[in-house]
Structure formats: structure tokens, C-alpha cells
Design a protein around this ligand. Structure first.
Ligand code: ADP
Ligand code: ASP
Ligand code: MG
Length: 423
């Protein structure tokens, strides 16, 4: 008997009809002779709606209470899904994150899983039940409080369950047929990818491809979990995300470009007039680090000979923008810079492919495509398998389409988006 972990995203359980449809699917998997553990997201855009509600009550909701509120979304869908399965004549039992043994650190809003103790899930499986677990939530042993795992965190719940229960496969069901060469909502000619390495998927997820949550990919990579990302609206084969174990596996599978991702969630801070002497970058980024913000690209200009001053720009999530500005302003005289600029109208595009390691000319082709479309590049950064550029936010979708075409990624047919609002 195999053990299959399935995760259903919000758009797959958006209303009562969808929940019944998903219940049938789960029952079919069970009838095929498998043990089934399901991680489920909140219905449709519930999490966003709960967040809006919290912000309507107070501008800065208390993190502990916000997690209490948001975790309610997955409680609703897990209970409804279990009911729907029972009404089909199969035993099903729902569990909250804490009942399922999802132990996390104490960081509200973006808690990390530190341990999984699925004792009750094993018992339920042994008794022949289908197990439904609320995604996106956990429990901290020290504070004894409910935590959430960050937006998109139900993916991590599924992967962590698959690792802890030593599942045979972890299926991520969503509203598109798999992982595409670009977001099919923006690039209709995007092609479905059959197989992608976890390394490439990690770069795509880190750069805005929200089809998989980056922490889920990291977790899968670390624990050797293979993922199958596919649609809950049909039976098509989706995309396998795998960890290459041999050199030959790596080479055979390696296309030049795996895909292109974009991100409109970042802002740029420029520290203007920084004395060009040793220790200043260290001072600035120590201040930033203390805020806990995750910075992405960093660019330092050549200093002007006349003044001995330089500018340092970096990008970071918009949500960290104000905190970091406040921290820098507080120590402005000590660091000795002249001023700060904040720009939240930027977009980031990342071209990802393991084949870049061994192919020249990728940057030239990227920059030419953007130039021909009249799109200005403001920042550039690279890793071994990725090139990222920052442009104006309002040009990012055009940039995505021209780059997709320039690298020959356009398919012959239009990609289908089965549901969801894209929110
Ligand atoms: P779920 O609710 O199932 O977790 P998400 O909305 O989190 O679904 O993720 C699925 C969405 O990710 C798709 O509808 C699509 O718009 C978006 N997406 C972004 N980049 C990609 C990509 N490269 N391939 C597929 N989908 C992508
Ligand atoms: N419901 C949560 C969110 O919208 C978690 C998830 O769907 O993965 O982010
Ligand atoms: Mg998601």
C-alpha cells in the first residue's frame, strides 16, 4: 500500500461544489488502494479577506491574534472537506496544525517548521481513515501559541507531512496544469514543463513564481521529497520537481532556460552620499539585518572623485520597507550618509536555467530583448543559474513576454487557467 500526500490550494476548494469535487478525487485515490493524507488551504481568497478584515479593524494587527484569525480559514475548509468525504461513505478525520504535530518556531506570520510529530495522523491512518490536515498553520511549544507559515504555506505543510510520514509521492493540486515557463496568467503561450530540478524551481519561487512556496521547495530539497504539481480540474500529468542524484541525470535534463519569473512585491532603497571608506557597507547592512528584513539585490556605485561619496541601492520586500527606512534614519548621523530614497514602483524579472552554467551569451540576449522593447534596466544581479533585472513596475509584464519569446519559450497552444482569481 502506498501513502500519498495531496495538497489542494484555495482555488481548488473555492466553494461547496469544488469541495465535493475534490472529495471525490480523494476518495478515488483511496479506492485505488492508497493511504491518503491531505493538506488543504483556505477556501478561495479567504486568507486575503481575513487580512483585509484585520486591517479594517486596526492598521497594525497584533501578530499573535492575526495568526489566530488566519488559521481559521484552513479550519473551515478541512472540516467541510472531511464532511464531504464522509458523505461519500468513506471515513475521514480533520486535524488542525497543532493536532497534526506541526511544531514551529515562534515567529508569527512566517513560522518555520522545526519538528513534525504526526502521532494522531498515524493512528487515524491505522484505523483506515483518510486524514485531512489544515495547511499553513502550526504550534509553538514554548509560547503554546498558534503560528502560520507565511503566504502559500500550505505547500510547506504538505511537503513536511510527506517527509515525516515517508510518503511515496507528494502531489500539489492547483488551478493550472503544472509549472510553466512563465505565469500563464500573464504569458498565455507559456509552456508546461514536464520535469524541473528543485534547484531551478527554488530560483523561480524565490523570484515570484508563486505556484510553489519557496520554503516548500527548500524543505522538499532537504528531505528528498519529489513533488508532482498538477491541476485538480483534470487528470493530466503535471510537473515533477526532482532532486537530481547523478551527474548524468543533471546533464540529460538540462535545458538552457527553465523559465522566467517576475515579482512586483519588492521596493528599492537607495542610501545616498555614503562615505567611500571601509566599514560603511557593514554598518548599513548590520542595521538592515537587525530589522530581520531579507534583502535581495545590492548595487554600489563608483564614488565621485570630488566628494569621496557613493550611493548604495538594495531591494527588499515592500512589507519591510518602512521598518528598514526607520532603522537607517535613526543612525543616519553615525553612518554619515546624506539621505535616503524609497522607490516602490519597481518590478523584478528573473531568467532561470541550469544550462546557463555552460552557455555564454545569455545576458546579451536578455539585455537585447529588453532594449528592443524599449525597456530600461535599472539593476542587474546574477547567480550561477539566474539573471535578474529590475525595471519600472509598469513595464514588467511586457518585459516578461518579450524575454519569453526571445528565449524561444513560446508554445503552440494557449495555457489554460482553470480557476482562481490570481490574487
Ligand atoms: P494555490 O491556491 O493552488 O496554492 P497559487 O495561486 O498559490 O495556487 O499558485 C498558482 C498560480 O501560480 C497560478 O494560477 C499562476 O497564476 C501562478 N504562477 C506564477 N508563476 C507560475 C508558473 N511559472 N507556472 C505556473 N503557475 C504560475
Ligand atoms: N491560505 C494561505 C494563503 O492564502 C496558505 C496557502 O494557501 O497556501 O497564503
Ligand atoms: Mg499557493
Amino acid at each position: 500500500m502506498s501513502l500519498i500526500v495531496q495538497k489542494y490550494g484555495g482555488s481548488s476548494v473555492a466553494d461547496a461544489e469544488s469541495i465535493k469535487r475534490v472529495a471525490k478525487r480523494i476518495v478515488e485515490t483511496r479506492k485505488a488502494g492508497n493511504d491518503v493524507v491531505v493538506a488543504v488551504s483556505a477556501m478561495g481568497d479567504t486568507t486575503d479577506e481575513l487580512l483585509d478584515l484585520a486591517h479594517a479593524v486596526t492598521p497594525i494587527p497584533a501578530p499573535r491574534e492575526l495568526d489566530m484569525l488566519l488559521s481559521a480559514g484552513e479550519r473551515i475548509s478541512m472540516a467541510l472537506l472531511a464532511m464531504a468525504i464522509k458523505s461519500l461513505g468513506h471515513e475521514a478525520r480533520s486535524f488542525t496544525g497543532s493536532q497534526a504535530g506541526m511544531i514551529t518556531d515562534a515567529r508569527h506570520g512566517s513560522a518555520r517548521i522545526v519538528d513534525v510529530t504526526p502521532v494522531r495522523l498515524r493512528e487515524a491512518l491505522d484505523e483506515g481513515a483518510i486524514v485531512i490536515v489544515a495547511g499553513f498553520q502550526g504550534f509553538n511549544r514554548d509560547t503554546k501559541d498558534i503560528t502560520t507559515l507565511g503566504r502559500g504555506g500550505s505547500d510547506t505543510t504538505a511537503v513536511a507531512l510527506a517527509a515525516a510520514l515517508d510518503a511515496d509521492i507528494c502531489e500539489i493540486y492547483t488551478d493550472v496544469d503544472g509549472i510553466f515557463t512563465a505565469d500563464p496568467r500573464v504569458v498565455p503561450r507559456a509552456k508546461k514543463i514536464d520535469r524541473i530540478t528543485s534547484e531551478e524551481m527554488l530560483e523561480l519561487a524565490a523570484n515570484g513564481a508563486k505556484v510553489l512556496y519557496i520554503r516548500a521547495v527548500e524543505y522538499a530539497r532537504r528531505h528528498g521529497v519529489t513533488l508532482h504539481v498538477r491541476s485538480s480540474f483534470n487528470n493530466n500529468e503535471g510537473t515533477i520537481v526532482y532532486n537530481p542524484t547523478t551527474e548524468s541525470e543533471n546533464v540529460v535534463e538540462e535545458p538552457l532556460i527553465a523559465g522566467v519569473a517576475t515579482d512586483l512585491g519588492e521596493a528599492k532603497i537607495t542610501v545616498v552620499g555614503v562615505p567611500d571608506i571601509p566599514g560603511k557597507a557593514a554598518q548599513i547592512f548590520n542595521l538592515v539585518a537587525k530589522t530581520g528584513a531579507n534583502i535581495d539585490m545590492i548595487v554600489q556605485n563608483v564614488s565621485a572623485a570630488a566628494t569621496g561619496l557613493t550611493d548604495i541601492s538594495f531591494t527588499l520586500p515592500k512589507t519591510d520597507g518602512q521598518t528598514v527606512l526607520t532603522a537607517l534614519r535613526a543612525d543616519q548621523s553615525e553612518v554619515g550618509f546624506l539621505g535616503l530614497q524609497y522607490d516602490d514602483q519597481i518590478g523584478k524579472l528573473a531568467l532561470v536555467g541550469a544550462g546557463m552554467r555552460t552557455n555564454a551569451g545569455v545576458s546579451a540576449r536578455l539585455f537585447t530583448a529588453l532594449f528592443e522593447a524599449g525597456i530600461n534596466i535599472e539593476m542587474i544581479s546574477t547567480s550561477e543559474i539566474r539573471i535578474s533585472v529590475v525595471t519600472r513596475a509598469d513595464t514588467i509584464n511586457d518585459a516578461l513576454r518579450v524575454v519569453h519569446t526571445a528565449f524561444g519559450l513560446d508554445g503552440d497552444t494557449e495555457a489554460v487557467v482553470h480557476g482562481g482569481t490570481g490574487r
